[in-house]
Design a protein around this ligand. Structure first.
Ligand code: PBG
Length: 324
């Protein structure tokens, strides 16, 4: 035998030399849920180890994360049902929970990177990402709301706005509004290939944002489609996106690779709530080793081509790496 591939696996030191992929804490974005109130932190049942924080406690959590090297946070608000309406008006309330939280975080942690969510569903009485009329999700009318949301988020200090709505034309629409408002430095992380996925269930529990009727199949992509992701990516790239995101991550590694091979801007992947919940549930039953499954999941997502990973494991991974 001339080639014995096992020679390169013979010890930890040699395996370290030939290891092709490793996940750094600086690759990670930590999604955080916020809620109204004072000094509380409520665990989300379907996401053990993940909490909804009131703003005061959110600041403490961010402080702990910053000390672990996690510097980037994607914020998602749980909005009281009474404040939701058809047009998501609460989303641009300057005194509302979300914009207040962004301002407070950026004041206390100016070196953090805040990724704000641009979509109507947390504030929509219909539980959809766009304006609903006669059971239909309106595209162009929704853009006006998204543009306004992105602008107020930028004004509040957001570093990156991340449209997660899947309306057509929103990246260009938002870019124009940001530039006209003087926010040329605010980046856009586009949820480019966002699939109509069963893996968002626990997130919708966290936000209490499940659609009141129907599903999201007229705007989110069909899980069966890969080539269609290129159409979305070409549009988002040409409209000025700074990052292209694939979501969920593990069931769509082929899509991550496809975008990585075809575009030169950084690819992000969202390791979503259901992916997290599955690992946690199996680990809690003693069916898998949770730490190893976490590391393997994140490594696979990075190996497929994602530079940036949004993951509920961010803090846990940073803690784990430190203990090694
Ligand atoms: C909606 C949104 C969703 C997620 C992020 N933004 C769910 C949905 O489309 O219904 C899911 C994230 C997760 O599951 O972790 N704008």
């Amino acid at each position: 035998m001339i080639h014995r591939p096992r020679r390169n696996r013979k010890s930890g030191a040699v395996r370290g030399l030939v290891q092709e992929t490793s996940v750094s804490v600086s690759d990670l974005i930590f999604p955080l849920f916020l809620t109204e109130g004072k000094n509380t932190k409520t665990e989300i049942k379907s996401m053990p180890g993940t909490y909804r924080f009131t703003v005061d406690n959110l600041l403490k959590e961010i402080d702990a994360c910053m000390n672990l090297g996690v510097h980037s946070f994607a914020l998602f608000p749980n909005i009281a049902e009474a404040l939701k309406d058809k047009y998501a008006v609460e989303s641009y309330n300057e005194k509302g929970l979300y914009l207040r939280a962004i301002r407070e975080i950026k004041k206390e942690f100016p070196e953090s990177c805040i990724i704000s969510d641009v979509a109507m569903d947390p504030y929509s009485s219909d539980g959809h990402d766009g304006i609903v009329e006669n059971g239909e999700i309106l595209n162009d009318e929704t853009l006006e709301v998204l543009g306004q949301m992105a602008l107020v988020q930028a004004q509040s200090g957001s570093d990156i706005v991340a449209p997660s709505d899947m309306m057509d034309g929103r990246v260009g629409f938002i870019r124009d509004i940001l530039d006209d408002g003087g926010f040329t430095k605010v980046s856009i992380m586009a949820y480019t290939a966002k699939y109509a996925s069963a893996f968002y269930g626990p997130f919708r529990d966290a936000l209490e944002s499940a659609p009141k009727f129907g599903d999201k199949k007229t705007y989110q992509m069909d899980p069966a489609n890969q080539r269609e992701a290129l159409i979305e990516a070409e549009l988002d790239y040409s409209e000025g996106a700074d990052f292209l995101m694939v979501k969920p991550a593990l069931p769509y590694l082929d899509v991550i690779k496809l975008l990585k091979d075809n575009f030169d801007i950084p690819i992000a992947a969202f390791n979503v709530s259901g992916e997290y919940a599955m690992v946690k549930a199996a680990a809690a039953n003693g069916w898998i080793d949770g730490d190893k499954a976490m590391v393997e999941s994140l490594t696979s997502i990075k190996r497929a081509g994602a530079k940036v990973i949004l993951t509920y494991f961010a803090k846990e991974y940073a803690t784990y790496i430190r203990s090694k």
